[in-house]
Write a protein that binds this ligand. Structure first.
Ligand SMILES: NC(=O)c1ccc[n+]([C@@H]2O[C@H](COP(=O)([O-])OP(=O)(O)OC[C@H]3O[C@@H](n4cnc5c(N)ncnc54)[C@H](O)[C@@H]3O)[C@@H](O)[C@H]2O)c1
Length: 362
């Protein structure tokens, strides 16, 4: 079975169109962007002849099995509903949505439509995540005991729709690795805002804080994920990653992006010794290109930890194999809602907020 895919939004989307073109289970690829000049430039470069001027026009065309949305965040919820409503499968860039009401609406829409929805979370297909999962599986971390996550990115100069954006509404990259590794959800969150946005940073997306720091209490155990998100007013270079700790070892994201990850292993306590010895070494994770069709492996050299071809392969395979994708709507909501609740907690001065249980598959 071969499926035909429409890629919508050709900023980040320009990285994904060629991966669909190379996928052995994809037939035709079309592109859409609200900016005709961008559509023409990307389509010409990639040799794509099928182009649409808008999502409406694309969905009115007969055929086409699936749509991958890479449009600005404010369109995600309504466009996913539109795509599922048209009877197509839908992949969407993160976040799934920015309100709990929209998360519920998307879960219901997917269940009614019986078409696949996948949130394209890069963090859980990165080479660093594959390495962490392998350390956990092979017992090198021991029992999970703590997580850290950071996403610090200066958004000055980005399109205007980012101005005022609550950092915690974008928490999935920093938090989902912890939830995926622990196989659980967030039960409750306490979050505080740091650095009220100055007037020049306030905009259509909000008027809260430049930085938000949250403690997410995970369900089913006494684990905590400590996550810092910052988009404005933090004089620091880009950092987007996670660290995972167990009672026997740890994997830590580098302080400077691009630097080597550090792995830690604890030795047994020696006699008359205070504190267990810990060895530390650099690791350069390789990812898992063997999980991909041969034609997609070269794309693991791309951004976000080589995750893009894995995301495409999982979305396409889930359709071809007639099964739910790994990041299905309930999993996506489980990873997105904690950030929505965290921002609410920050607005309330740090009160504890319970996070809904979406019953995600383990
Ligand atoms: N690691 C990640 O998962 C990751 C990384 C980067 C971006 N993203 C997400 O991908 C999405 C796109 O990000 P970007 O940086 O390319 O944004 P961008 O604003 O740079 O580009 C968005 C593109 O979509 C087009 N567009 C806007 N509205 C549209 C509409 N209604 N219909 C069709 N096209 C429309 C714009 O013309 C533009 O070309 C965002 O949701 C962002 O959050 C995710």
């Amino acid at each position: 079975m071969c499926i035909d895919v429409i890629v919508v939004g050709l900023g980040f989307g320009a990285d994904f169109a060629p991966i669909y073109q190379a996928h052995p289970d994809v037939g035709r690829v079309a592109v859409v962007d609200a900016d005709p000049a961008r559509t023409a430039a990307v389509a010409d470069r990639l040799g794509i002849t099928e182009r649409f001027a808008s999502l409406d026009e694309a969905l009115a065309a007969p055929g086409w099995d699936a749509v991958h949305l890479l449009t600005p965040v404010r369109f995600h919820a309504e466009q996913v509903l539109q795509v599922l409503g048209s009877g197509r499968h839908c992949a969407s860039a993160v976040p799934m949505a920015t309100t709990l009401t929209d998360l519920d609406a998307l879960i219901s829409a997917q269940e009614d439509a019986q078409r696949n929805y996948m949130m394209m979370e890069t963090a859980v297909y990165s080479r660093e995540f594959f390495h962490a999962a392998q350390l956990l599986e092979t017992g090198k971390l021991g029992r999970l005991t703590y997580f850290k996550g950071d996403h610090l990115q200066n958004l000055d100069g980005y399109p205007d729709y980012w101005r005022g954006y609550p950092p915690m509404h974008y928490v999935t990259h920093a938090l989902s690795p912890a939830l995926a590794l622990a196989g659980t959800r967030v039960e409750s969150v306490r979050c505080v805002g740091s650095s009220r946005l100055t007037p020049d940073h306030i905009g259509v997306a909000g008027e809260g804080f430049g930085t938000e720091a949250a403690l997410f209490k995970l369900a089913g155990d006494d684990l905590v994920a400590n996550v810092t998100m910052s988009f404005f007013q933090l004089g620091r270079s880009y950092l987007e990653g996670f660290s995972v700790y167990g009672d026997e070892g740890a994997l830590e994201w580098p302080q400077l992006e691009g630097g080597p990850m550090k792995e830690f292993r604890m030795a047994p306590l020696a006699q008359n010794q205070r504190g267990r010895a810990v060895s530390e070494f650099d690791v350069e994770p390789t990812g898992a290109p063997e999980l991909l069709p041969a034609a997609l492996r070269e794309f693991t050299n791309g951004g976000h930890g080589g995750s893009h071809p894995h995301l495409v392969h999982e979305f396409v395979s889930s359709i071809v194999e007639d099964r739910q994708p790994r990041v299905d709507p309930r999993t996506a909501a489980t990873w997105t809602a904690p950030g929505i609740c965290a921002h609410e907690s920050a607005l309330q001065g740090g009160t504890e907020i319970q996070v809904p249980d979406y019953g995600a598959r383990k």
